[in-house]
Design a protein around this ligand. Structure first.
Ligand code: EZ4
Ligand code: CO
Length: 402
């Protein structure tokens, strides 16, 4: 079973996606997501120019060997572009292995550890009154866990509050739009939001909040402490995480659980966070952390240290990534939660898939492989459109984390 062809497909059915499709000499195909939001063409070029030529003629069954070949063979290790490219190859080869075996990929990963994959949705609105309505919409749809984001009085725009409620898309312009930020305004507002949500929805709905890397450790510690009465499932990305030991200070001051990892691309980015139990959920996902093979290594390390998975699942992670994530989520012992931001109908049509939402859970399909594909004819009708993520500034003009 040799790799006969590998193609990179770039398409924009509402937002940009990069997909690798591998075909073997016996006619099997596999797909892998290669989307890096705002930097899509860097990964497409890495794959087309440097990876695809080396794949042709390789044994498609040798997933681990191919992973090591691409990781060690590049000499330049890690980084989001490299690890996203490797992820795409790895995911496509798992898809092919499943099809060759006649089994859904989760069976190759050890079979089911649970009935379904509990997901959380995104309730967001400018005001607290409006966000209560949005949370209600998710509970009516059957969600058991909801992320809550609101506007902050005094700020024009805030991360997580979208124009379209179901399909939040922050990469909204060819060159970055700019937003303004004030930590004092934010810190004084958020506890009131969660007081109101808890009061309205009672103790059992799981609530989450994304800080999006904007605080210092001591500010995050204060926010975590002020949210303790509302028993959040997690506070996400409280601080930029290049400095892993920065989490120690937050940990010393609050029992609000911590989640981080959507921008990490290897086990080395979270090794200390996991081994020192500085976090509760690791949010790495298939496409940005080296594929199913490497993500499983991260989750296995996490399992040793009481850390659970909480994989990123925003709209920039394509249905191919979501399908792959679900096969892993359903098989590992230390699954926590899966983020699930719905894709638009146009995106779902380009990526026909087996997974389905029911009663607050996503369920991977039973078809051999990952149960997802790309309709290349339809994809060709949506050409790439440059789009980048925003830049954030403090009110005095200083560039801040977005
Ligand atoms: O900003 O996926 O938890 N989800 C997030 C997302 C990220 C985008 C970046 O591409 O933080 O909204
Ligand atoms: Co996030």
């Amino acid at each position: 079973m040799k790799i006969a062809d590998a193609r990179v497909v770039v398409t924009c059915p509402g937002r940009n996606f990069v997909t690798l499709k591998i075909t073997t000499d016996d006619g099997l195909t596999g797909v892998g997501d290669a989307t890096l939001n705002g930097r899509e063409l860097a990964v497409a070029s890495y794959l087309t120019e440097h990876v695809v030529p080396a794949l042709i003629g390789r044994d498609a069954a040798r997933i681990e060997d191919t992973w090591q070949y691409l990781y060690k063979g590049a000499y330049w290790r890690r980084g989001p572009v490299t690890m996203t490219a490797i992820a795409a190859v790895d995911t496509a080869l798992w898809d092919i292995k499943g099809k060759a075996a006649g089994l859904p990929v989760y069976q190759l990963l050890g079979g089911r550890s649970r009935d379904g994959v509990t997901v959380y949705g995104h309730a967001n609105a400018e005001t607290v009154d409006e966000v209560l309505t949005e949370v209600g919409r998710y509970t009516e749809l059957g969600y058991r866990a909801v992320r809550v984001q609101t506007g902050v009085p005094g700020l024009d725009a805030t991360y997580g509050v979208g124009k379209d409620k179901l399909f939040y898309e922050p990469a909204d312009a060819a060159l970055p739009t700019e937003t303004a930020w004030s930590t004092p305004h934010y810190l004084s507002h958020v506890p009131e939001v969660f007081r109101r949500v808890r009061e309205e929805f009672g103790p059992h709905l799981q609530l989450l909040h994304d800080v999006h890397h904007r605080l210092t450790p001591i500010e995050a510690a204060r926010l975590g402490a002020s949210l303790e009465p509302y028993a959040l499932t997690w506070m996400e990305d409280p601080v930029p995480a290049e400095l892993q030991e920065g989490f120690r200070l937050i940990r010393q001051h609050t029992t609000t659980p911590l989640a981080v990892g959507e921008v990490f691309n290897s086990i080395w980015d979270c090794r200390q966070l996991i081994q020192e139990q500085l976090i509760d959920y690791i949010r790495t996902t298939v496409v940005h952390a080296g594929g199913i093979s490497h993500l499983r290594r991260i989750f296995d390390l996490a399992a040793l240290h009481h850390v659970r998975s909480g994989s990123h699942g925003a709209t920039d992670l394509s249905p191919v990534c979501m399908a792959a994530a679900l096969h892993l989520d359903i098989s590992i012992p230390n699954f926590g939660l899966q983020e699930y931001m719905r894709h638009t109908p146009e995106t779902d049509a380009v990526f026909p898939h087996d997974y389905r939402f029911e009663d607050g859970m996503l369920h991977p399909g039973e078809r051999p492989g990952l149960g997802v594909d790309i309709d290349e004819d339809l994809a060709a009708q949506y050409p790439y459109q440059p789009a980048q993520l925003p830049v954030n500034r403090l009110q005095d003009g200083t560039v801040h984390s977005w």
